[in-house]
Design a protein around this ligand. Structure first.
Ligand SMILES: C[S@@+](CC[C@H](N)C(=O)[O-])C[C@H]1O[C@@H](n2cnc3c(N)ncnc32)[C@H](O)[C@@H]1O
Length: 312
């Protein structure tokens, strides 16, 4: 987002929030009805009055404010926020103007070192960039760990007005690593690099391994391969992508995701290496008693896989 657009967005928010408006109530599990109603008005005004980077900046402010606006409860599983039974009537104007001010400060400091920022929205399987134009990529795709990324971002979806049951279901089917199957969908064959692993998942004795879980894993690997292909397409010769991934388990079957990403990259003629391993202590496999039954002390590794496009 250009500095001028961010400053215009901050100015617009300050004016809009200080202008009295009719009190409107709206329904959301996550937000107090008055807060939900005011946010709906703000979103409608963004669509009506703003466009381009300025609209993107204000939506970004909503996303950055989501946790303060919803005050979610987080239990032992940090990726599973839950709404409060008594939703809080928070002070939207103060929260949004503070976040907007911080974001403008960040954007100004980036502009000061001569690096214009731009926020774009897109799908990792179809990046909005031309071939061979990107010098460096830093990314962390979903892991095959049964984390429900839609649930993990429910507070953000709620402030964007995307927490309706139908939208959530659609998202759960669409995202990489989604936990809902897409009925009737023809999944292309998974990449060669995971043939052995897929055979182990399919033949696992536990319930629904051959059906539900094998289908989800298959689709996950097809999607992951599509995003590695996109990284490879957009990187310029000599450019590097750093991909942060974790290992996981399907029951007792280890999923060596860093190694898999390395193989997917190598199959696209990228110079691929796995670096810097960290041990992950808090993860789903330790939180869930169902998972503990398969491997007592599961240790997961977080790695960075570098994928470099050879200089031509
Ligand atoms: C391991 S998390 C990385 C989170 C990130 N580092 C952050 O701080 O927000 C993977 C993220 O990929 C997102 N995701 C899922 N499908 C995607 C897609 N097709 N394109 C882009 N992102 C996607 C998920 O919603 C999730 O937020």
């Amino acid at each position: 987002v250009a500095r001028e657009a961010a400053e215009a967005g901050e100015q617009w928010l300050t004016t809009t929030l200080s202008t009295p408006s009719d009190a409107v109530l709206d329904e959301s599990d996550w937000l107090h009805p008055a807060v939900a109603g005011r946010l709906a008005q703000i979103r409608a005004a963004v669509t009506e009055e703003l466009s381009g980077d300025t609209a993107a900046f204000v939506r970004g402010v909503l996303v950055r404010s989501a946790r303060e606006l919803t005050c979610p409860k987080t239990g032992t599983n940090p990726t599973w926020p839950r709404p409060r039974l008594r939703r809080r009537r928070v002070d939207i104007a103060t929260i949004l103007t503070q976040r907007a001010r911080e974001m403008v400060r960040d954007i100004r400091s980036a502009a000061a070192i001569g690096q214009p920022l731009q926020a774009l929205q897109g799908d990792a399987r179809a990046l909005p960039f031309a071939n061979g134009t990107i010098s460096a990529i830093l990314t962390s795709p979903p892991y095959l760990s049964r984390i429900d990324y839609v649930q993990a971002t429910m507070p953000e979806l709620a402030v964007l007005g995307l927490d309706g049951a139908l939208t959530v279901e659609k998202l759960r089917k669409a995202v990489v690593g989604g936990v809902l199957s897409r009925p009737g969908e023809e999944v292309p064959s998974p990449p060669e690099a995971v043939a052995n692993l897929m055979a182990r998942i399919r033949s696992h004795g536990s319930k629904a391994s051959k059906t539900y879980y094998a289908r989800l894993a298959e689709r996950y690997f097809v999607d992951l391969d599509a995003s590695v292909a996109e990284l490879s397409r957009v990187l310029r010769p000599g450019g590097t992508a750093l991909v942060v991934v974790q290992t996981s388990y399907y029951k007792d079957v280890p999923i060596e995701l860093p190694e898999i990403v390395r193989n997917l990259g190598a199959a696209k003629a990228l110079e691929a290496r796995v670096h810097q391993t960290e041990i992950v202590r808090i993860h789903y496999g330790r939180l869930s008693p169902h998972q503990r039954k398969y491997v007592e002390e599961k240790t997961l590794n977080e790695c960075v896989v570098s994928l470099r496009k050879p200089a031509s």
